[in-house]
Design a protein around this ligand. Structure first.
Ligand code: ZN
Length: 196
C-alpha cells in the first residue's frame, strides 16, 4: 500500500501549504491525525517569525515534513528517537506532530527550528544550539544546577552536541545554553548575532 500512503502524504502537504495563513511554511504530514495540530504549528511559526524579526533576523520560506512515527523519523534523518526535530538541506524534519504536542514540545520545537532557519550561517554549533534553546523557551525549563561541562573547551562541546549520545546530550545542550545566556546578558542579542 505504499502508493496510496505516499499520495495521501502529498495531498496533505499541498492542502496544508495552500491556506494564506501558512505564511512561508509548507507542511507535509504523514499521519492524517496530525492535521489537528496544524493551526498550533502555524501559530507558533508566525509568532517565531515576528520574534525573529524583532532580533533583526528574517525567517525564510521553509518546508516541514512530519514523520509518521519515531521509527519513520529515525529512518528519514538518522537521528535517535529522543530528538524532536532536525533541519536537513533546508527541510525541517519532525517527529509526528501529535507526539510533540502530547509531550508539550510542539511550540518549542517549531521555534527552535525557526531560529536555525533564520540564524547567521557562521554561528559555531554550541552557540547556535544555545541561542535556539533560549529563543524557543526550552531553556527556561533547565535546572539551575551544574552541567559538569563548565570547563570543557568550545570545540569539545561542539563534538558532544554532534555525537547525539543520549546520556551526554542533555548536559551538552544545557551547557551550550548556559554559555549563550551569559553572552546575551553581556552583549545583547544583536551584539551576539553581529559577532558572527
Ligand atoms: Zn538545534
Amino acid at each position: 500500500m505504499r502508493g496510496p500512503a505516499v499520495l495521501l502524504a502529498l495531498l496533505l502537504g499541498v492542502a496544508a501549504a495552500l491556506p494564506a495563513r501558512a505564511g512561508p511554511l509548507g507542511v507535509t504530514l504523514s499521519d492524517p491525525r496530525d492535521r489537528a495540530h496544524l493551526s498550533a504549528l502555524y501559530g507558533a511559526w508566525r509568532e517565531a517569525g515576528r520574534d525573529l524579526r524583532d532580533l533583526g533576523l528574517t525567517l525564510p520560506g521553509v518546508r516541514l515534513e512530519a514523520a509518521s512515527s519515531a521509527d519513520d523519523f529515525a529512518r528519514r534523518t538518522g537521528e535517535p528517537w529522543f530528538v524532536a526535530a532536525t533541519t536537513r538541506n533546508g527541510v525541517i524534519h519532525t517527529q509526528r506532530l501529535g507526539a510533540l504536542a502530547a509531550a508539550n514540545r510542539l511550540r518549542f520545537t517549531v521555534r527552535h527550528e525557526a531560529f536555525h532557519a533564520a540564524q547567521p550561517r557562521a554561528l559555531p554549533r554550541w552557540l547556535a544550539e544555545g541561542l535556539a534553546r533560549l529563543f524557543s523557551g526550552e531553556a527556561a525549563r533547565d535546572p539551575q544546577t551544574a552541567t559538569g561541562l563548565e570547563h570543557v573547551p568550545e570545540a569539545k562541546l561542539n563534538t558532544l552536541l554532534a555525537l547525539r549520545n543520549e546520556s551526554g546530550l542533555t548536559a551538552a545542550y544545557r551547557e551550550a545554553t548556559r554559555r549563550a545566556r551569559r553572552l546575551v546578558a553581556a552583549r545583547g542579542w544583536a551584539g551576539v548575532l553581529r559577532l558572527n
